[in-house]
Design a protein around this ligand. Structure first.
Ligand SMILES: Cc1ncc(COP(=O)(O)O)c(C=O)c1O
Length: 365
């Protein structure tokens, strides 16, 4: 099934347009889902191959799973997150969706789930967005958030790769993340790790996020909105936040971000920020950056801005770094020139306000 055709069954009970309008006026994030889903099912064997079948868009509904379904016990699950944007002329676009497709397949490989054939991920996203396009909010900074996921659906309690899987996409209208966000204080978790060498840090699997909840609570108890993870075995090399990659702007026109060691998620926004910064003439370094370098860079005013980035919140300035032992003050410029330029360029390209000179947008409608 290389060029999948998604059959469409429209719901007989779409949400009432008045209620939908109410939701779209203030959707927030992750609160509501649309009328349809996209689905494809797989049978086979991870090692010898299998078949994807029944590609379809159908009414949104709960899943019925046998209590012995593999995903419920061993967490064989991966997911993605991307957005569809409506431009001023009414057209609808995705931002670098093939990057999410590639990452889903890398995550799936790590979790011994099947690979989606070329084109299936993007076609599934497009089929769902076409069906539920009237759910894309209109207005500055809004979008339709898309959540593709793949789960092991075989009813079997043995520990081995599943022989049945489901790939599904749900959609959720998302409110305005734009504007100039306030800097958030960051908690350095010394109690918990997010990932270890050879683990699943660079896979987008649910278990990573379950493991981040307790450190997140620890941070919140200390008045910090986000947690940053370091690698204590590499001299406290900075890794990433629970759901965002991290960048340091130096006064000598250098942009530094932790290199991809296998423990960090390869963010689509991260990659886009790197390309934009290079175009702007900055020197971009993907390298090991330690807590000591952070502390000294701030003390000596060589680091001027620090920000985090990801699909959901785009680019957020970081405030102070706090741990049980110390506090590193925020960089001198929060929402500084570079942070703001990068945010303006990214959101501008996504929403059609700024020319897409990288060919990052893919049209849906
Ligand atoms: C752990 C983690 N790091 C980084 C990111 C940012 O990735 P992206 O820019 O592709 O959204 C995410 C969000 O998906 C994430 O969950």
């Amino acid at each position: 099934m290389n060029t999948p055709e998604f059959t469409v069954t429209a719901t007989a009970q779409p949400l009432h347009p008045d209620r939908r309008a109410e939701i779209l006026a203030d959707p927030g994030f992750g609160n509501y889902t649309t009328d349809h889903v996209a689905k494809v099912e797989w049978d086979g064997d991870y090692s010898t191959g299998g078949t994807w079948h029944d590609a379809r868009v159908e009414p949104y509904a709960p899943l019925t799973l046998d209590p012995a379904t593999a995903v419920l016990h061993y967490g064989q699950e991966v997911f993605e997150g991307l957005k569809a944007y409506r431009h001023a002329d009414g057209s609808v676009w995705l931002f670098r969706p093939e990057r999410n497709a590639e990452r889903l397949n890398r995550s799936a490989r790590r979790l011994a789930l099947p690979q989606l054939p070329d084109g299936m991920f993007v076609e599934a996203v497009k089929a769902l967005v076409r069906q539920d396009a009237h759910w894309i909010p209109e207005g500055e900074g809004t979008s339709l958030y898309l959540r593709p996921f793949m789960i092991a659906t075989e009813k079997f309690l043995g520990v081995r790769p599943t022989r049945e899987a489901l790939f599904e996409i749900i959609a959720s209208p998302a409110g305005n993340y734009f504007g100039t966000p306030e800097p958030v204080d960051i908690w350095l978790s010394e109690t918990y790790s997010r990932a270890g060498e050879g683990g699943t840090g660079n896979a987008k699997c649910g278990g990573n996020y379950a493991a981040s909840l307790l450190p997140q609570l620890e941070g919140e108890a200390q008045g910090c909105k986000q947690v940053i993870f370091t690698d204590p075995h590499r001299g406290h090399a900075i890794e990433e936040l629970g759901g965002m990659n991290v960048f340091f702007v130096y006064r000598d026109n250098t942009l530094v971000t932790p290199e991809l060691t296998g423990t960090i998620l390869e963010g689509v926004t991260r990659d886009s920020v790197i390309e934009l910064a290079r175009e702007r003439g900055m020197t971009v370094q993907e390298r090991r950056i330690t807590l000591d370098e952070w502390r000294e860079g701030i003390a000596e005013d060589r680091i001027s801005e620090i920000f985090a980035c990801g699909t959901a919140a785009v680019i957020s300035p970081m405030g102070r770094l706090r741990s049980a032992h110390e506090e590193i003050p925020a960089a001198a410029e929060t929402n500084g020139e570079v942070t703001n330029w990068l945010r303006d360029q990214l959101t501008g390209i996504q929403t059609g306000r700024v020319e897409d000179r990288f060919g990052w947008l893919e049209r849906v409608l």
